[in-house]
Design a protein around this ligand. Structure first.
Ligand code: C2E
Ligand code: CA
Ligand code: CA
Ligand code: CA
Length: 276
């Protein structure tokens, strides 16, 4: 090896060590995070375009650790999945979201759904629907006010996923397909699973009014959703121009920074007053 190659080799090894160390640190602290109450949920409104009404809130997990600081979900969710911690964490998210929604309803806020992201690992747990039934029972939340967001990477075992989804549908909760259009078999999922809602991935929404390809794709997705009797939400809407384009395509619901970033629970009521 010449000097440069050797240097590259060493630095790539160091880089890998740093990554591994970070992963181990995260897993170590993640194990204690629930007990230490380090998690919280933030909520992002889903808005009906033609009424500007907030119809629901997507719940997004936040983790602030004393040693690591804020760790983004894109980083720690994968580690929670690999280590199996996602089951307990996921249950906490579901319980927290349902409890909170029930509180809002009792406080007289307009009825809204909460949307909870499910990891594909949670789907491999055959007790998932039982767990969710228990949480609904325990919190008193009506099932129609809970939505479950799944992604396409969901499960290798399509059979199991189909059974689980069937059980969940029977409970009366809604199933949304998240990040629609980004996976390999989005259409296969629509065909094989009892999906209620399509969430168009934000990568298609970006600069919609100037990107002809995105415009054609989004327009087609919306038309298809209508023909399949699916609700459709566009994610990642940031500008007035994007919103207008979506309105023109007949999209009914949107979510994104244009209306609001995800906000903490204490700001929800305030935010609703401004948005309604
Ligand atoms: P996601 O489910 O696709 O969530 C949407 C992400 O886009 C969120 O990032 C949200 O803050 C961000 N976002 C919302 N509006 C806009 C916008 O207008 N522009 C842009 N650029 N981004 C926007 P976040 O909160 O960092 O979450 C990232 C991912 O982590 C989520 O993607 C989801 O896959 C995962 N995640 C978050 N919370 C949970 C959870 O409780 N359970 C599981 N399993 N996954 C979660
Ligand atoms: Ca989501
Ligand atoms: Ca998404
Ligand atoms: Ca995602």
């Amino acid at each position: 090896m010449d000097g440069n190659a050797e240097l590259a080799e060493i630095s790539s090894q160091m880089f890998n060590e740093v990554l591994l160390r970070r992963r181990m640190d995260i897993e170590f602290h993640l194990r204690k995070a629930l007990k230490l109450q380090e998690f919280k949920l933030v909520y992002q409104p889903v808005v009906e375009i033609h009424t500007s009404r907030v119809v629901g809130l997507e719940c997004l997990l936040r983790w602030n650790n004393r040693h690591l600081g804020h760790v983004p979900p894109t980083e720690f969710i994968a580690i929670a999945e690999e280590s199996g911690l996602i089951h307990e964490i996921g249950k906490w998210v579901l319980r927290e979201a349902c409890t909170q929604n029930q509180k809002w309803q009792k406080a007289g806020l307009p009825p809204m759904f909460v949307a909870v992201n499910l990891s594909r690992k949670q789907f491999n747990d055959c007790r998932l629907s039982l767990t969710i039934a228990e949480i609904l029972e325990e919190t008193g939340l009506e099932p129609k006010y809970l939505e479950l967001e799944i992604t396409e990477s969901l499960s290798v075992d399509a059979r199991l996923a189909s059974d689980t989804l069937g059980e969940l549908k029977k409970l009366g909760v809604r199933i949304a397909m998240d990040d629609f259009g980004t996976g390999y078999s989005s259409l296969g999922y629509l065909r094989d699973f009892p999906i209620d809602k399509m969430k168009i991935d934000k990568s298609f929404i970006k600069d919609l009014q100037n990107q002809t390809v995105n415009a054609v794709i989004v327009n087609t997705m919306i038309t298809m959703a209508k023909h399949l009797n699916l609700l459709v939400v566009a994610e990642g809407v940031e500008t007035e121009e994007e919103l207008q384009a979506l309105r023109a395509y007949g999209c009914r619901f949107v979510q994104g920074y244009y209306y609001s970033k995800p906000v903490e629970v204490q700001h929800i009521e305030e935010m609703l007053v401004h948005l309604i």
